[in-house]
Structure formats: C-alpha cells, structure tokens
Design a protein around this ligand. Structure first.
Ligand code: ZN
Length: 372
C-alpha cells in the first residue's frame, strides 16, 4: 500500500518535473548570459552587492516576494503556489581571491580590497556563478509553470560560503521570520566530474573543517645562550610532530579525519631565539563526536608540550574559521536520487568529499531535513 502510494507520487512528481523542464530550451541563452555576466563580475565574501542586486531584480520580475540584505547581502525569494510542501533551494554567491588565467572572453579582470585592505584579484574559481545561474533557472521555470506543481518555493541566495559564516549570518539576520518553515532543503555544488554526471550521497558527505591559530609563549635570548631561553621554535616543532599522532593513533582506521599544520611562523634570524611561535592548523572530520575528540586532543597536546617546555605563558587558541559537517538526510537523499535517476543517464552515488560547506547551518536552524 505504502509502496504503491510512494511509486504513484514519485511518478506524478517525475511527470511534473518533466513538464517544468520542457521550458529549459527557451531560457538557455538567457541563463548563459547570466552566467557570463556573473563570471566576469565576481565579488568576495560579504561583498556580493552587485550579484545580490541582479538576483533580487530577477526574483521580483518573476513574481517572487523578495527579501534583500538578509545577513548582509543575502537574498530570499518566496513563491506561494497553493497547498503543498515548502521547499528551500539554496545557492551561494561569493567568489575567491584568485587570479583567473583561463583566457575566456568573459574572464574576470576584477581586483578589490579585501577585509584587511590588501588589493587582491577575484575570480569565480569555485563555481558559485554556476550555482546562482542554476537556481535562477529553476526559480524562473517554476514561476512560469505554476500549473505543474503546488506548494511554496523558497529560493535562498547565500553570501559568504567561502568564509564559512554566510549561512549563519542569514540565520542571525532573521531568516526564520521571513520564510515559512521548509519541509525540505536542497543545495548543490559543481565538481570536476564528467559533464552530465550528477551525484548524491546519504549520510556524512562533506567534512567539518576547523582552522585554528595557536600561539606558543617562550622566552627569547641570543642564539649562543639557549640556557637563558625557553625556545618556542623547538616547542612548536615538537607540537607539530605530536599533533600528527591524533589521526594516526587516536582515531580508528575506519574513522576518516585529517589534521594539517599549514603554517608555522617564528623568529627572523638564525642566531636569535624568538619569544613566540605561531602554528596554524586545519582539522577535517565527518561527525561531531570525532570533531570534538580531535579538537580536544589538539588542545591537550599543545598544553602538554608547553608544559614539557616550561612555556612562559598559557598557549592561545584562536578560531580562524569553522564549517559544520554536512550529513545528508537518508529519506530526502533517496527521493532526490530516484528523481535524478529518472532524468539523467549519469546519476550515481558520489564519493565522500573532504571539502566543506556551511549550508547545513540553515536547515539545522530551521529544523529541516536536507540533502546537499
Ligand atoms: Zn564552493
């Protein structure tokens, strides 16, 4: 009984999707124009003013109730279309401080000042221009074919995914008061896979990522008199080596995790022992228990190495960025995966990724199941 209903609702859904998708050919060249325009005008995290303006203009022109300035530069469009589920679709809008060298006619030549005042090149090197284009295409088709579906569509254009705090900014900016509670939330990312391939994955999919700056305090002295110093360079070196035992010795072989020390800075001269050393490290994990374990071990080992070296002060820990783990809901993922299989030849399960995303901060705050 349940099976029959599920099958019949799935085939109704597939028919509706096919009906909506029939309009794709008519809007393809407009979507290409949008894509090339966004690609040529990339904007850094929290600076997506032009992109947000373009998105909001289009949402309004297609009849969406439109909210701008959500969490800074976020935009939300809502389309009510009778009784039915509330579905939230999300795209991220920001670009990266990277120089584009593709030679494309619409390549970015943009440079801007970043938050620290440094002039940097900007490019859509992560594909968020494609995400915005795809979501604009979806919301336009759905607004033009309201006879083929019923419910409420929430189109969410998020700022600052790259810095890991745009989703949280939209939540803090009152998102829950602007939209009805979604029954389901969906988001996507382009990946370097063959064209025509789409993938889903149930359960853990993207890693949590935590970047920390750790400052170690020693005592400087002339390089000829180490007995007068507490050498922070040695302290940092021992700490880096010991940190490598967390993943290799504390996690089970079946539990994935990464700990990388990507920066170690101390001193300026070969014969002067400096006062302090700084380590920057990045941790990637796939569930909250492992994440808490690894971050706790980082602090324990840093403190213990400081103690072993007779450090002159407590080590300082500063969170530079933090991304939550992305764990896809099994039921939602199965439904999306079946819909993909009905429409695409290249639909498959995708590998676990060590990339990270802040999207899940939004459905978590709204109490909504999701798949990415
Ligand atoms: Zn991205």
């Amino acid at each position: 009984m349940t099976d029959t209903r599920t099958r019949s609702s799935a085939s109704t859904g597939n028919r509706a999707a096919a009906e909506v998708l029939r309009g794709l050919g008519d809007i393809r060249s407009d979507l290409e124009d949008i894509y090339e325009d966004l690609h040529a005008h990339p904007e850094l995290s929290h600076q997506e003013h032009r992109t947000a303006g373009k998105v909001a203009d289009r949402l309004r022109s297609w009849g969406y109730e439109t909210h701008t300035g959500v969490g800074g530069t976020g935009v939300v469009g809502v389309l009510h279309n009778g009784e039915g589920p509330v579905v939230l679709l999300r795209a991220d809008m920001d670009a990266l401080p990277v120089k584009e060298d593709t030679g494309l006619p619409y390549a970015s030549t943009v440079t801007v000042q970043d938050a620290s005042g440094t002039t940097v090149p900007v490019a859509h090197a992560c594909g968020h221009d494609m995400h915005v284009t795809c979501l604009l295409g979806a919301v336009r088709l759905l607004s033009e074919r309201t006879g083929s579906w019923a419910g409420t569509l929430v189109a969410l254009f998020q700022p600052a995914e790259e810095t890991g705090n745009g989703a949280g900014a939209m939540v803090d900016g009152g998102l829950a008061d602007l939209v009805p509670k979604p029954d389901v939330a969906l988001a996507q990312h382009v990946l370097p896979y063959p064209a025509g391939y789409v993938g889903t994955r149930s359960g853990p999919f993207l890693s949590a990522a935590d970047t920390l700056r750790v400052t170690l305090h020693g005592r400087g002295a002339h390089g000829s008199a180490p007995q007068a110093a507490v050498d922070p360079v040695v302290m940092a070196a021992m700490t880096v080596v010991r940190l490598q035992t967390i993943v290799s010795r504390e996690l089970a072989a079946t539990t994935p995790g990464v700990l990388t020390v990507g920066a170690i800075n101390s001193g300026t001269s070969g014969n002067v022992i400096p006062d302090t050393a700084e380590i920057q490290l990045n941790v990637r994990t796939y569930d909250d228990g492992t994440r808490q374990h690894v971050l706790g071990s980082v602090r324990r080992i840093v403190r213990a190495e400081c103690e072993a070296s007779e450090a002159t002060g407590e080590p300082e820990f500063e969170e530079i960025s933090r991304f939550p783990p992305t764990v896809n809901d099994a039921c939602v993922t199965e439904r999306v995966s079946k819909a993909f299989a009905a429409h695409f030849d290249g639909a498959d399960t995708i590998d676990l990724q060590t990339a990270s995303e802040d999207f899940s901060d939004i459905p978590h705050a709204l109490g909504t199941p999701f798949t990415y």
